[in-house]
Design a protein around this ligand. Structure first.
Ligand code: 3EB
Length: 356
């Protein structure tokens, strides 16, 4: 255990570390306050402690705060977080927060010289709530599109891999990885491209790619960012109310998008099992079923991070994302033992326990 204590502390204080996303926990992680940190208010399922997702590059990184964006970059990639409070007045508070957050982020990418957004995570308070006749997720889509279009960013092919999940209160939180060189957009032949969804899903279709395939500078392997993937075939949700069938359909979709990436020449990726997975479940009590489906597909279900979150379509019960394998960027998830930190005086003493 002392060895992993040290490993955890070393990782957080490693000059190559780019930033963290903290899943769960009442407050942001004090021992990571020197890094861009996305504090996400989702419940971690199956572990009684928060989890920190830590991003580390190959070279020493430097940070800069630009407007609302906390950035850290190493000459090759940039990690950034933006957090914007959603006011409770007005019908379109979420839309306004989305526009502000995206404009700040995109301006920061331009200023720092990392213009290519590879992957972005969106955490949206009350994602399925109806605000004055339009669901918050649909308002989010309108304003994300507007910010991309005004910043002359791709809104169709070339848009980043993404996901959009709910949070139970708190601000709108974005975190992302961007780079100096572009990624290749990958679509899923089983699914209508999200940016071509018909109007029945909202006045503006979502701006994201099913996956982004990126080769780091001078790297001999690629990194595949697979967007949040759900039980959608064509543009329709399948298997209403059946989480097991939705999980199977989701895995078929994931396998299909990974196959599409391989057929485009992805290096070092052969199977879905080569990637790191994160699963979001709408109902925490469904997690054992999802876990079982993953194990049944030969995946290492205990290494998956399970988070309790609302999903952008009200009829979706599960969504899974994938990433890896990462040579140019390392991603580790670790459990933080908060009990341990309470017994110590230094805020640097929180224990990070690697879970593989
Ligand atoms: C879907 O396939 C499910 O709006 O950024 C997945 C990934 C979903 C990203 C987004 C939404 C987003 O449409 C929802």
């Amino acid at each position: 255990m002392p060895a992993t204590d040290l490993a955890g502390s070393r990782l957080l204080h490693d000059a190559r570390t780019l930033g963290v996303a903290t899943h769960g926990g009442a407050a942001p992680l004090a021992c990571a306050s020197h890094l861009p940190q996305a504090h996400l208010l989702k419940g971690v399922i199956g572990r009684d402690q928060p989890v920190v997702e830590l991003w580390r590059g190959r070279d020493e990184a430097h940070d800069e705060v630009i407007g609302a964006a906390n950035c850290r970059f190493n000459g090759e990639v940039l990690f950034a977080t933006v957090s914007v409070i959603v006011s409770d007045d007005g019908n379109d508070a979420l839309g306004a927060a989305t526009y502000t957050a995206y404009r700040s982020l995109l301006d920061a990418l331009q200023v720092t010289g990392y213009p290519h957004l590879l992957r972005i995570w969106n955490s949206i308070p009350g994602i399925n709530v109806d605000d004055g006749g339009l669901e918050r997720y649909r308002r989010f889509n309108l304003h994300r599109y507007k910010a991309y279009a005004e910043s002359k960013r791709p809104t169709e092919s070339g848009a980043p891999a993404a996901c959009a999940l709910g949070s139970y209160g708190g601000p709108l939180v974005l975190y992302c990885l961007a780079s100096k060189t572009p990624a290749e957009s990958i679509e899923n032949p089983r699914q209508t491209s999200a940016y071509r969804y018909p109007q029945q899903y909202g006045p503006r279709a979502p701006s994201f790619s099913r996956a982004a395939l990126w080769s780091g500078a001078g790297s001999d392997s690629d990194i595949l960012f697979v967007s949040g993937t759900a039980s959608i075939v064509g543009h329709q949700t399948l298997h209403h109310g059946n989480v097991v069938a939705q999980a199977h359909e989701t895995l078929t979709n994931l396998q299909s998008v990974v196959a599409a990436a391989i057929s485009r020449g992805a290096r070092d990726i052969a199977l879905l099992s080569d990637l790191m997975l994160k699963a979001y479940v709408r109902h925490a009590s469904d997690q054992p079923l999802v876990r079982q489906v993953l194990a049944g597909h030969g995946l290492y279900a205990d290494a998956v991070l399970y988070l309790h979150a609302d999903i952008c379509r009200a009829d979706l019960l599960v969504e899974i994302e994938a990433i890896g394998p990462a040579r140019s960027v390392e991603i580790k998830t670790e459990t933080i033992d908060m009990r341990d930190s309470r017994s110590r005086s230094s805020s640097d003493s929180q224990v990070l326990r690697e879970n593989g």
